[in-house]
Design a protein. Structure first.
Length: 255
């Protein structure tokens, strides 16, 4: 049994992301290890020790993410993104970054990570928006059910808080001109299918990732599938030995 599980979760290769709307069944809550509460130098509470998933190899393919404000959001772009979607309180370095994905042998995205520096990540802590009451942060059930983000379309993105406005403007404009169409079926499905044909060894036939250039802007965002589909997924910020944020990681599948 152990051998089968090992083979199933063996990392075949690394690369980007995607998925088709409501293609997968809902997944269960992710298990989180015993929490450790700390006070970060950023002035907000971060917590939850997380085993290091620093096993990304050099063969991965990458997507581009622009971060002009330093404030990022992880969200289902088709179900839960709106003008009130809040960014995490932990700020990251501004710049353009490559996005890496960890893929299982059956072409599921197990985790997504962005490195903000060349410094080695030595510890991961849970991402929060900064308004959570301290008493609730100490409660395991609260953390499991509220710290992370929901997915209802089988897709997610990492997006800068400023870029979010550009993406929403595109969505609103497109839907205004296509009142009887679903934006995924009418626009994004073709992009995922094109990606699947370009990288057939890295994803399923429906397409599992795109590097999306937002029309009428200079910004790119990655849109990618979420493990086995719908669910609630935790986000972690990685810190280096100097206590600075060195990475961000989304975990979709326990490995």
């Amino acid at each position: 049994m152990h051998g089968l599980l090992h083979k199933f979760f063996k990392i075949a290769i690394l690369r980007l992301f995607g998925a088709k709307i409501n293609r997968f069944k809902s997944s269960s809550r992710n298990h989180i290890s015993t929490p450790i509460l700390i006070q970060s130098k950023l002035g907000c509470i971060v917590f939850s020790k997380f085993r290091k998933i620093d096993i990304f190899q050099a063969t991965e393919k990458r997507l581009l993410l622009h971060i002009p404000s330093g404030k990022i959001v992880t969200v289902d772009p088709f179900m839960y993104l709106n003008k009130d979607t809040k960014a995490f309180c932990q700020k990251v370095p501004k710049g353009n970054y490559k996005v890496k994905a960890l893929i299982t042998e059956d072409k599921r995205i197990a985790a997504v990570r962005i490195n903000f520096s060349d410094m080695l990540t030595i510890q991961y802590y849970r991402a929060i928006i900064g308004t959570e009451p301290q008493a609730s942060l100490d409660d395991f059930k609260y953390r499991e059910e509220n710290l992370g983000f929901p997915v209802g379309s089988g897709l997610a993105t990492i997006i800068d808080d400023r870029v979010k406005k550009q993406f929403l403007s595109f969505i609103i404009s497109w839907e205004k001109n296509h009142r009887n169409e679903n934006i995924y079926d009418g626009f994004f499905a073709a992009l995922f299918e094109k990606s699947a044909k370009k990288y057939p060894n890295f994803q399923t036939s429906d397409g599992d990732f795109i590097d999306f250039s937002i029309p009428n802007s200079e910004y790119h965002i990655p849109i990618f599938s979420t493990g086995y589909g719908d669910g609630f997924y935790p986000v972690f910020f990685g810190y280096d030995k100097k206590g600075k944020i060195s990475s961000v990681l989304i975990k979709f599948i326990d490995i």
